[in-house]
Design a protein around this ligand. Structure first.
Ligand SMILES: [Cu+2]
Length: 531
């Protein structure tokens, strides 16, 4: 096959890129490659930390629409500073959606449009992206489509690239003042999405301060499956944070006002990790459950921390985590997992059965990648026997895309690695730092493409607009947890992977980027123009 020859050359091309990495002697990549489990530097809290598994698990409130006329659910969300009780007896000043962390959850039905009017009452520009949403470009939250706060003088402020690249304004940016309304058609597979700030150069500290919330899309077919529901379905947003002596959040921003100079000191180049694990904004919480099946909708909303989750009983048994869904919705069939590696922005939809767990005992969700307290995440205390009419059907969905290599009209290669930007250390895609004004990828609407990705250190790579399937990892079969339709793939140090997708939905300017939030602020994004 003539195609085979092309593939071989591309494989050698990637090998060449890796060879350069090894020889390049870049501080970050070489240091981190030697310590592959490290995805950042950990901040130490300056307050006494709570004892794990005493704080009840909060479940974020579901936001009520202000209007549902004409088949559209309309919401209003205000971004504002608030004092949020996170640690026992302490209020933590945060930047929030509606005064809460996580922000309120939006529940929506497939194909029923949602509009959200965001009001910015924070002291800095903001922009909201719905992660995993199949959203028209003008509502996707491009990093320069800023909502300026009242009184923000220079509309160009906050649109400049890090020092030394000043003046790199974006002629295509659509900037508004005070408010902006996003329209989300939500014509997509039901799944757990999340919304978060995506401001150019300042995404990492903005999410850290609290600008993140969940969004669930449902449909009748999924409802009819009989999976655990109601109080037995739990959205779980996992984040790590660190706290200063006054109970405020610690974060090593070069400019703590987040107005001008982006970035973090070099020590935190690989990412910022906290020493406190929060689930739905509570430190190491505990949740009382029936001895029955529960559906856990797990999101890793941490900036840089990876987890490998397992469910362990008090007597040391590991419970199956029966995966029913991935980033972009239901699998074709359930897959029993023992461990769930979860990188920033990834989601898993799993069912865990507490029926055989003795009443009064616990099941802990633990993190195999943590050390000390960061090994602990969440505990379930089995409170009582209970009836359970839920089920896990053998067939979960029949609408997963079945793209084949032969469908692809193009193969593209992207190296995600450390490098130099004008401002110093950066993280680059294909050797380049993000420039909103540059065209990186132009794809035709409807085209199927194969992308080959290669990483120096851990990089969770995320495509806006489309889901993809993982074809291979390291030249071999994908991991058992790569199953289903994804929108974020966790590349491991030195690893290559192939993904396949169809650029479907809308034309316009989108993004692909690393979802280690510190990496994305330090250059690791690129434009994806769909024409
Ligand atoms: Cu990265």
């Amino acid at each position: 096959m003539s195609e085979y020859g092309v593939e071989r050359r591309r494989v050698f091309g990637i090998g060449g890129a890796l060879g350069m990495l090894a020889a390049g002697g870049l501080t970050a990549s070489t240091v981190l490659a030697r310590r592959p489990a490290v995805t950042g530097a950990e901040l130490r809290s300056a307050v006494p930390l709570p004892v794990p598994y005493r704080t009840p698990l909060p479940v974020p409130t579901v936001l009520r629409p202000v209007d549902t006329a004409g088949g559209v659910d309309r919401y209003r969300v205000t971004q504002r500073a608030a004092r949020v009780p996170i640690l026992p007896g302490v209020d933590t000043p945060m930047w929030t959606y509606e005064g809460a962390f996580p922000g309120p959850t939006i529940e929506s039905r497939r194909g029923r449009p949602v509009t959200v009017t965001y009001r910015n009452e924070l002291p800095v520009p903001t922009v909201v992206h719905l992660h995993g949403g199949r959203t028209p470009a003008e509502s996707d939250g491009y990093p320069t489509d800023l909502v300026l706060p009242r009184g923000w003088r220079d509309p160009m402020d906050g649109m400049r690239h890090p020092a030394g690249m000043a003046g790199m304004a974006d002629p295509r940016a659509v900037v508004t003042r005070s408010t902006r309304t996003h329209t989300f058609p939500l014509d997509q597979r039901p799944t757990l999405l999340w919304y978060h700030d995506h401001r150019m150069d300042f995404t990492a500290p903005a999410i850290w301060r609290g600008l993140a919330g969940m969004h669930v899309v449902r449909d009748d077919a999924e409802d009819a499956l009989g999976l655990p529901a109601g109080p037995r379905e739990l959205p779980l947003m996992i984040t790590d944070r660190a706290f200063a002596a006054d109970g405020g959040l610690a974060y090593p921003a070069l400019d703590p006002t987040l107005r001008e100079r982006p970035g973090v000191p070099e020590r935190y180049l690989a990412g910022v990790l906290g020493d406190v694990i929060l689930v739905n904004g509570a430190p190491w919480p505990v949740h009382e459950v029936d001895a029955a099946r529960y559906r856990l909708r797990i999101l890793n909303a941490s900036n840089a921390r990876h987890y490998e989750l397992e469910a362990v009983t008090d007597d040391g048994r590991r419970l199956d985590l029966v995966q029913v869904g991935a980033d972009q919705g239901l699998l074709a069939a359930p897959v029993a997992q023992r461990r769930l590696p979860i990188a920033p922005a990834e989601r898993y939809d799993v069912v865990v059965d507490f029926a055989a767990v003795p009443v009064g005992s616990r099941v802990r969700l633990r993190n195999r990648l943590g050390t000390g307290r960061t090994r602990e995440v969440l505990a379930f205390r089995v409170a009582r026997k209970a009836a359970d009419r839920s089920r896990i059907p053998r067939v979960l969905s029949r609408d997963l895309p079945t793209w084949h290599r032969g469908d692809a009209v193009r193969v593209r290669d992207f190296a995600f690695r450390a490098g130099r930007m004008d401002s110093g250390h950066g993280w680059l895609i294909g050797g380049l730092p993000f420039d909103p004004a540059r065209s990186d990828v132009t794809a035709r609407l409807g085209d199927v493409e194969v992308w080959r990705l290669i990483a120096d250190v851990h990089h969770p790579v995320h495509l806006h607009l489309v889901g993809f399937r993982v074809l291979s990892r390291g030249g071999r079969r994908p991991l058992p947890t790569d199953v289903g339709l994804k929108d974020t793939i966790a590349l491991r140090p030195g690893e290559s992977a192939e993904i396949i997708t169809r650029f479907d939905g809308y034309r316009g300017r989108y993004l692909f980027h690393c979802h280690n939030a510190e990496h994305e602020d330090m250059g690791m994004m690129a434009n994806l123009d769909i024409v």
